[in-house]
Design a protein around this ligand. Sequence first.
Ligand SMILES: Nc1ncnc2c1ncn2[C@@H]1O[C@H](COP(=O)(O)OP(=O)(O)OP(=O)(O)O)[C@@H](O)[C@H]1O
Length: 226
Amino acid sequence: MTLTLTDVTLTYPDGGTRLTALDRVSLHVAAGTLTAVVGPSGSGKSSLLAVAATLVTPDRGRVVVAGTETTGLGGAEKAALRRERVGIVFQQPNLLPSLTAVEQVLVMAHLSAGPARAARARARELLDAVGLADKADRRPHELSGGQRQRVNIARALMNEPAVLLVDEPTSALDHERGAAVLDLLAALTRERSTATVLVTHDRAHLDRVDGTVTMRDGRLTAHAPA
Ligand SMILES: Nc1ncnc2c1ncn2[C@@H]1O[C@H](COP(=O)(O)OP(=O)(O)OP(=O)(O)O)[C@@H](O)[C@H]1O
């Protein structure tokens, strides 16, 4: 399953005029591949992620998420598509302070149907996949920043998303931990065949990704193999 944006334009109101955040952006991400989007602050990276996540509707262009054309879908249909097909990893792990690692991952299971025991087994399997099998019962304050980010990644994978969208996952981490999180994302992308997009300021670690695109003033200016 893939993610495809075609000629996507997004504007925001800006005083009496409109600010163009995305200017005819096209991007195709195949299953099992990881694409990094780099570019300066304000260039449109978060806007690209928001459109890919169907959280923001573009003015023009097409967004196809795992085979579903999202143009014309209503809010409830988009919410269902996000829940079933899209995993989102935010910049700062937004974990709930009172829940253990395994409970954080299980929160996603409550959003979809299925037996509770199977969900618990899957949450544990995902924590194992992100290297936290022995930390499943810890609360966020008992985990390091890198470990919290791993819980965040496990949670995004709970509903077996086809598309994984990751916003600045290394911004709060040092170089070594940032590299480890990128290695993990690259491995999970391949193992779980997700179409993964990673937005980052940080040009370090891009040797781990399958391709890099550069945003500048709302346009994709380059597409080079990593
Ligand atoms: N909700 C909004 N309303 C109006 N303008 C916005 C809104 N969100 C973003 N913008 C503007 O759109 C442009 C692109 O912003 P965006 O957040 O996508 O950039 P970015 O590359 O992710 O930046 P950063 O790296 O700083 O997070 C910027 O000029 C920003 O000021």
